[in-house]
Design a protein around this ligand. Structure first.
Ligand code: NAP
Length: 344
């Protein structure tokens, strides 16, 4: 079956997803009977183009790699994004624009426009899902459209696929996790003897730091993920602004070293739990004992310990994920939609 895809955002993740599509094109056709054709790419400042015959992804990647506009790849899109998404002849919109912490944001309008015109949506952007999960899921259902978001938390590790599909029927009672790779990487650098500033600089050099560093360093990314897990897996209605939040901004190297000398490790821990009939979440920077499963989660790795009523404790960890793993999450959502698994 042919799927016409619109890419909203062609940055790190969008480009890696395009590379994956190119590499796996023959396998997708052979093994899944899936033909994927990108019919439009929209960016913020690097052009917005459509090409019903299919955008040449190699050319788009070359242009993006050189920091140039995508305009040579197709016809320029003149109208605003919402009317474009409503009228474009496409099956799937892949939303990969930057994270914003705000209830009202363009990404939500874009997802709504896609779903209400019967298009499936795949996103790795936490913003729309954390604020509007229930409404977007209901909208998708009403329109018989897919809505999948595996890449929003823990990159390629199966979190929503695991709890919402494989472990359907098991209830998540609480969780704790290391969910922000950048903070964990900087803490590991400090443990290895570097200063906070050197750790931040290393993260920036290696491309881990979000375009807006406060998202990582002030704990917003981890808090958005904690709320997202609490809202999606536990039925919460949390907003990141109202959740207790600690980032690693300016953390002293001596605190990290002293904890190490006492057999503990400083970690940023995101939690969700049930209390007084509701769901709560928090993000704290704390000393974790060495025998705790999260103590061994180093560098850019992430980990999630969930307590469920059926399997008791289940721990998943992804070692040093990179862009390929996030792109894989989007790719696995594409296959799911192709197979008719519209909602996780
Ligand atoms: N990077 C990761 O490892 C990772 C992992 C998991 C989840 N995510 C999430 O995935 C999303 C994308 O991340 P990224 O690293 O690829 O970000 P990025 O490199 O900053 O790319 C963002 C893309 O979105 C485009 N864009 C901005 N505003 C737009 C708009 N209004 N309409 C259309 N396109 C717009 C940008 O275009 P211009 O450059 O022209 O402005 C750029 O192409 C984010 O929500 C992020 O939190 C990322």
């Amino acid at each position: 079956m042919g799927h016409r895809i619109v890419l909203l955002g062609f940055g790190n993740v969008g480009q890696e997803f395009a590379r994956l599509l190119l590499e796996r094109r023959a396998e997708l056709r052979r093994e899944q009977g899936l033909e994927a054709r990108v019919v439009a790419i929209l960016t913020g400042r690097h052009g917005r183009v459509e090409n019903a015959k299919g955008v040449d992804l190699r050319k788009a990647l070359r242009l993006a790699g050189a920091g140039r506009s995508l305009e040579p790849c197709g016809r320029a899109i003149r109208e605003e994004t919402v009317p474009f998404l409503r009228r474009v002849r496409a099956d799937i919109v892949v939303e990969l624009t930057p994270l914003r912490i705000a209830e009202r944001q363009a990404a939500v309008d874009h997802i709504r426009a896609a779903l209400s015109s019967g298009k499936h949506v795949i996103t790795a952007n936490k913003g729309p899902v954390v604020y509007h999960y229930a409404a977007l899921r209901a909208l998708a259902r009403r329109n018989h459209a897919g809505f999948r978001y595996e890449g929003t938390v823990m990159d390629g590790a199966p979190v929503f696929n695991l709890f919402q599909e494989t472990l359907r029927g098991a209830h998540v009672e609480s969780f704790e996790g290391i969910l922000n790779s950048t903070s964990n990487f900087i803490l590991s650098e400090i443990e290895a003897g570097r200063s906070y500033e050197a750790g931040v600089e290393a993260a920036r050099r290696m491309g881990f730091l979000e375009a807006d560093p406060s998202m990582d360093l002030e704990g917003w990314d981890a808090t958005a993920k904690a709320c997202l897990l609490a809202n999606v897996l536990m039925g919460g209605r949390l907003r990141p602004e109202t959740v207790p939040r600690q980032g690693i901004l300016g953390i002293s190297a001596s605190r990290v070293q002293e904890a190490r000398a006492l057999g503990r490790r400083v970690k940023q821990v995101a939690r969700g739990w049930r209390e007084d009939g509701g769901v709560r979440a928090s993000v704290t920077v704390e000393e974790v004992p060495l025998d705790h499963p999260l103590a061994g989660v180093d560098g850019t790795s992430n980990g999630l310990l969930a307590r469920t009523d059926m399997l008791k404790e289940i721990f998943i960890s992804e070692r040093n994920p990179g862009l390929r793993q996030t792109a894989f999450a989007v790719y696995s959502d594409l296959i799911a939609i192709h197979e008719g698994r519209l909602l996780p």
